[in-house]
Design a protein around this ligand. Structure first.
Ligand code: CP
Length: 302
């Protein structure tokens, strides 16, 4: 069978999820958040390969595996692997998959064709951040966090900043379309894209007054190749969330940031202490959503 027709399991993007599946993932996250230990899947293994740096996603997947009884096996790209002898990332993944873990958790850049790889390996793949293409587990945990604070059908989600280079934003557009969430964007023109149905705000203040939830994006300096025209100082002045914008934000609204944060660029440090911040709640929820996804996968539903 040609590779392009091989069945694909796991979660590379959110496009094929139904609203009812998202709801079930959120319900499972609610359940696991009430239980410390759910070692139902004892004896299962997950191989984690992170070819790009990560703190939150990597640690939370590792904790989520342990809580579900799944043994996480970490492939450390920084030392002691055959990458140092010139083996390619693709071959490393194919060999890791040949050992038949129950699933792979992969973070990589755009240079890898995860769609093709995930068909070849015949092991379900969970996308833990793929270049600028998508970060589905992050979007799920963000929307789960918003759902704990407000009804999603009333949510007005403002995504601020480097939308063009953000895999988080890419996954949010998919999820918002599935769930019917109203989305607006704002940021420097050079960083903006406007998927259909998404509203554009020309200045941050107008967006902040409109929003019930704000997702501040990290400026992806490492993906600009030195071509960005806007300076950090100008970005901070026009698009950074500071006390002035917080005064305009509805008292019942919340804001999120997927991390890591460029403090003093997209957010001022004092803003993080505001009661409307859900930044650390996102991190806590990240473990629950990933536990839920592991269950969903191992029950054969992904
Ligand atoms: N949000 C996120 O993906 O953070 P890490 O890069 O630290 O995993």
């Amino acid at each position: 069978m040609p590779i392009s027709q091989m069945p694909q399991k796991g979660l590379l993007n959110l496009q094929k999820l139904l609203p009812s599946q998202v709801q079930k993932i959120f319900e499972r996250a609610n359940q696991v958040s009430l239980q410390r230990e759910m070692a139902k899947y004892h004896g299962r293994t997950a191989t984690m390969m992170f070819f790009e740096p990560s703190t939150r996603t990597r640690l939370s997947f590792e904790i989520a595996c342990h809580r579900q009884g799944v043994g996480p096996v970490l492939f450390d790209v920084n030392q002691g692997t055959s990458l140092e002898k010139g083996e390619s990332k693709e071959d490393s993944i194919l060999n890791a998959a040949a050992m038949k873990p129950d699933f792979l958790i992969l973070r990589c850049g755009d240079e890898l064709d995860l769609e093709k790889i995930s068909r070849e390996v015949r092991v379900p793949v969970l996308n833990a951040g793929w270049g600028i293409k998508g970060h589905p587990t992050q979007a799920l945990l963000d929307i789960y966090t918003i759902s704990q604070n407000q009804e999603l059908k009333k949510t007005k989600l403002l995504i601020v900043g480097d939308v063009k280079h953000s895999r988080v934003a890419a996954s949010h557009f998919e999820l918002a379309s599935i769930l019917g969430i109203e989305v607006g964007v704002c940021g420097p023109e050079e960083f903006l894209i406007q998927p259909s149905g998404v509203r554009v705000f020309e200045d941050l203040e107008a967006g902040v007054r409109w929003a019930s939830a704000i997702l501040i994006l990290r400026v992806q300096f490492e993906r600009h190749d030195g071509t960005a025209r806007i300076s950090r100082q100008e970005y901070r002045r026009r698009w950074g969330l500071g006390p002035g914008q917080m005064a305009m934000l509805d008292p019942n609204a919340i804001f999120l940031h997927p991390g890591p944060i460029n403090l003093g660029v997209e957010i001022e440090p004092e803003v993080l202490a505001d009661s409307r911040s859900r930044v650390l709640k996102q991190v806590e929820n990240g473990v629950h959503i990933r536990q839920s996804l592991i269950q969903t996968l191992l029950e054969g539903e992904l």
